[in-house]
Design a protein around this ligand. Sequence first.
Ligand code: ZN
Length: 245
Amino acid sequence: MRVLVLSDIHANLAALERVLDDASGAYEEVWCLGDTVGYGPEPDECIARVRQLDALAVVGNHDWAVLRRMDVEDFNPEARRAVVWTRDHIRPENLAWLSELPNQPVVRGQFTLTHGSPRDPVWEYVLYPSVAQASFEHFTSQFCLVGHTHVPAIHVLQGDTSKVRSSALSPGQIISLQNGGRSILNPGSVGQPRDSDPRASYALLDTDALTWEIRRVAYPFEVTQAHMRAARLPERLINRLAYGW
Ligand code: ZN
């Protein structure tokens, strides 16, 4: 089965639509690794798209905060303002959809899906080999898919040493997962990339051929920025979309 793997859409409709156009015809199922809302100006529209796609989804930390299940004081001031704005604007039926998303890892075949890490699904970042190494003890499948860092990456467990090799992933590169050992994979962020590349990031996974491909697509971020300005979301969050940080 071919799977479209999305994460950290962050209420950025222009980015999500561009990704769905680009991936059109290349997948049978959609997996969404959380943070569908937060930061951006289109929470309802993005949730509506994800629901239309009948995606298998988990909850992220921003989703969790919008649901008032964690203290908004844990966020930096701009992120906090965006969470509060989202709480004030999201439609009840979309809040209800968020509230039903699992906050624990979900297993599909050889893949465990989570937002942060399998150890701390909502909050921990798998950014460095040390955290990745600890994470392997917290899931039993061959592969784990995570989001949250907004950086496309792969962390591979080196069988005999239990060391981890972490690599950033470039677009277009098709990674074979056949003989690579247990791995943690991150598709990057659709709506707020943070690796100095402002293009939306997503992954195509083939669960039969066991391949993983990162794709990047330029989208009209000025459209999202204009909507953020109209919504009076923080300037810093508006600016970062143009640079990918
Ligand atoms: Zn995020």
